[in-house]
Design a protein. Structure first.
Length: 135
């Protein structure tokens, strides 16, 4: 009597769907950067995720969510020196590609102070005009 041994392997494929809502949910891109400004917060570092809403020839739109750590100006007497301020941001952005490497976009950013070490005096809505150069 001969014994037949079969080999079966378990394979799991993790690919994003190609259509519909699932494609949108599984297609975020990372955001990270540093912002410079004037007023009570001089600079801030942020990290988060963004999703494309549409991308049609040269026009594009996206939504994003990020967390930020802002550093206080040393001259601000209301805060202890060196204490960070945390905030949560949601952004809606519309843009136009000027060429293969250049873009111009307008974004509405809503900042919410974190319940822990949040800056309650900072304005909550920002309108930002951005020029991008991709290299």
């Amino acid at each position: 009597a001969t014994e037949h041994h079969s080999r079966e392997n378990l394979e799991i494929s993790l690919t994003s769907p190609d259509h519909g809502v699932l494609r949108f949910l599984f297609s975020p891109r990372t955001l990270s950067g540093e912002t410079y400004g004037f007023g009570p917060t001089v600079t801030g570092n942020y990290v988060g995720l963004a999703w494309n809403i549409f991308d049609s020839h040269r026009l594009f739109g996206s939504i994003g969510f990020a967390g930020a750590v802002n550093r206080v100006m040393p001259e601000d007497p209301t805060r202890p020196s060196g204490s960070p301020l945390f905030s949560l941001h949601s952004t809606l952005e519309f843009g136009y590609e000027l060429g293969a490497q250049q873009s111009l976009s307008l974004a509405l950013d809503h900042a919410t102070a974190s319940p822990y070490l949040g800056d309650r005096s900072a304005p909550g809505d920002f309108l930002r005009l951005r020029y991008g150069y991709h290299f």
